[in-house]
Design a protein around this ligand. Structure first.
Ligand SMILES: C[S@@+](CC[C@H](N)C(=O)[O-])C[C@H]1O[C@@H](n2cnc3c(N)ncnc32)[C@H](O)[C@@H]1O
Length: 204
């Protein structure tokens, strides 16, 4: 508990128990050396969805679709489909608007999708009810704001709950959990990013 491992998330998963929720943003195709519209990246999504469904019945995936060669491979829809195949329903779908300026490659909004299997209590904070969340993007590439994670965890978890992020990056998930009195566990594969993450989380 309250540990981040410098390893592939697949090595971390067998060590986990009593995880209330998974919150994560999976790597973009190019972050893992794949082409956005390749079948290999679709397989990656199918595989990580299958892995995280074994950890918890409550899952939040934060995902930005991107343009590639004139088309938009809808990785967010694929994620939805794979979770549905595993028996999950979509509980909440927010659109995080990062910017109103257009971007050549990435859509400027991000899907914040929460899925569950079975019953779940929600806090329903009225200030988080709107379906569109406007928040500036983080300076760190591929990161989401701590505030975004806070909104999700305050709605779906209680103090003391354990939340897993298989793709911890520079640690926004862990920082939000720490600030809100929840427990975190996560994995980050790349040593340089892992070190940055640990420093950030420890300074919190
Ligand atoms: C989109 S970023 C996550 C960003 C994070 N949410 C944040 O706000 O900082 C995805 C991260 O997953 C890491 N990653 C990629 N493959 C991984 C794997 N198999 N296991 C663990 N981490 C992995 C990448 O190094 C990258 O830091």
């Amino acid at each position: 508990m309250n540990q981040i491992y410098n390893e592939d998330y697949k090595i971390t998963i067998p060590k986990l128990s009593n995880v209330k929720m998974v919150i994560t943003s999976p790597p973009d195709a190019e972050e893992i050396g794949l082409k956005p519209n390749s079948s290999d990246y679709r397989l990656f999504i199918e595989d990580f969805v299958s892995d995280i469904t074994k950890v918890s019945n409550l899952i939040c995936v934060v995902m930005t679709d991107r343009k590639s060669k004139g088309v938009i491979p809808k990785h967010s829809f694929l994620t939805y489909n794979f979770l549905e195949i595993h028996g999950f329903n979509m509980l909440s779908h927010k659109i995080w608007v990062r910017s109103l300026k257009s971007n050549l490659f990435r859509l400027t909004y991000t899907h914040v999708m929460v899925f569950n299997k079975g019953s779940i209590k929600q806090a329903h904070y009225s200030e988080y009810e709107p379906d569109v969340w406007e928040m500036p993007a983080e300076k760190r590439a591929n990161s989401y704001p701590v505030e975004l994670v806070k909104r999700v965890i305050k709605n779906f978890t209680s103090r003391g709950d354990l939340v897993f992020d298989p793709f911890m990056g520079t640690g926004a998930t862990a920082v939000a959990l720490k600030q809100e009195g929840r427990n975190y566990v996560g994995s980050e594969l790349y040593e340089e990013i892992y070190k940055e993450c640990i420093e950030r989380v420890n300074n919190e």
